[in-house]
Design a protein around this ligand. Structure first.
Ligand code: LMR
Length: 409
């Protein structure tokens, strides 16, 4: 008898499988535009200067050790991480309406949110994801047992936001559904609503009493400015636009370049009014989920990020590092677009510079992407998403010529 009858081997993960193929490729001029991880202008992983300084400071401290954190995580990290996302003067923080829990980066926060909502949310347990979205969103919520649906987001013909489609799905979804929103630097399209569009979207979400779950994985990557990139969240909460609970999943993987350290948090605002007993209950349930899943959160990364956030000079350095990263990406967007225009590559390429954050949704078809990989050693996700952070002065011409070739093929 087989105890695992019916189990099927799954294909490799689209992103990590792509990375494995890239690593195995012997071509010396191969280019990785796959996983969203920042690279410097020589194509190397970049340890942020703020992180290097914080690490040096941390290990010198007489209290430095590798003891367990509490189940909630590192309190100095949580206290400042919540201010990074909600703002120094956040009303919700002042009114003690925010319950924060350290998580295994953004993915861990989303998973904890899902488990929590599955058990306690009394609304409609269908989660709406943007179409398209980060591939893992679907998988996280399917695994937990949610019904997953989608809302239109990207209009492929106009390469712009399908606002009407988005709003009409908000209106037609059963009241009290869950909507997952990318706070900024939408993955994979690099297309964010304007501030006016955000206002419309949030107003409609509230009208239908949907629960909003923000995924904030790229704060600082869209504009280089932490405050600007938090507009959607702060507007929703500070202006009391949402009368429903709000959940924020916050990652420091990208904006601190701490990818493998899994630094993040989940912030739950259970109600628009202060409600101390409810907050305590929510906190205890989040603690229980964390304790049963990972016992207590990892310490090292959160101590580094906390060192940065709680030191004026390091914080300034970090903000400068964010500008270094976001401006290099913007420069590469322009360079790629200029080269494609120079080559007369069929199609329009303005969207590459109009999109924001780490990614460009190039519009290349899966067949073109397959040819890019096979013939040119240029690796992109099959949806046509390119991590612009993988471009540099040394490879952008090769990439433009490769794009040109596959488009004409
Ligand atoms: C990506 O979308 O490339 C990143 O968020 C990496 C990941 O974990 O999928």
């Amino acid at each position: 008898m087989s105890y695992f009858a019916g189990i099927k081997e799954l294909p490799p993960d689209p992103l990590f499988g792509l990375k494995a193929r890239f690593v195995a490729d012997p071509r010396s001029d191969k280019v990785d535009l796959g996983i969203g991880a920042y690279r410097d202008n020589s194509g190397k992983p970049w340890i942020l200067p703020a992180v290097r300084l914080a690490e040096a400071q941390l290990v010198k401290s007489p209290t430095y050790n590798h003891e367990y954190l509490s189940i909630s995580g590192f309190e100095p990290f949580l206290n400042t991480a919540s201010k990074v996302i909600l703002g120094e003067n956040s009303k919700a923080l002042k009114e003690k309406r925010v319950v924060s829990q350290q998580s295994l980066s953004g993915t861990g926060a989303l998973h904890v949110a899902g488990v929590f909502l599955k058990e306690f949310y009394t609304g409609e347990k269908t989660i709406y994801l943007s179409k398209p979205t980060w591939a893992n969103h679907q998988q996280i919520f399917n695994t937990i047992g949610f019904k997953v649906d989608s809302y239109p987001y990207w209009n492929n013909d106009t390469k712009s936001l399908d606002l009407n489609g988005f709003l009409s799905t908000i209106k037609s979804a059963p009241s009290g559904s869950i909507f997952l929103l990318h706070a900024c630097a939408h993955n994979p399209t690099g297309l964010d609503p304007t501030q006016e569009q955000w206002k419309q979207i949030l107003k409609e979400l509230d009208a239908k009493k949907h629960l909003v779950l923000f995924d904030s994985a790229y704060q600082g990557f869209a504009s280089g400015d932490l405050d600007k990139d938090a507009f959607s969240i702060r507007y929703a909460i500070d202006e009391n636009v949402l009368s429903t609970p709000v959940i924020i999943c916050q990652s420091f993987a990208k904006n601190c370049g701490m990818y493998g350290e899994r630094v993040g948090a989940i912030h739950v605002i259970p109600s628009p009014e202060a409600n101390e007993p409810l907050n305590r209950a929510v906190k205890s349930q989040l603690n229980k989920i964390i304790r049963s899943e990972i016992s207590n959160p990892p310490a090292y990364g959160s101590k580094i990020v906390s060192t940065i956030l709680n030191d004026r000079a390091l914080r300034q350095q970090w903000e400068a590092d964010l500008v270094t990263m976001s401006s290099r990406i913007i420069k590469m967007r322009h360079k790629l677009q200029d080269l494609l225009v120079e080559l007369g590559t069929p199609g329009t390429w303005d969207h590459i510079v109009n999109q924001t954050g780490m990614f460009s949704f190039t519009g290349l078809t899966p067949e073109m992407v397959a040819r890019l990989e096979k013939t040119h050693g240029v690796y992109l996700v099959s949806s046509g998403r390119a991590s612009v952070a993988g471009l540099n002065d040394g490879n952008v011409e090769k990439v433009a010529k490769a794009f040109d070739e596959v488009v004409r093929f």
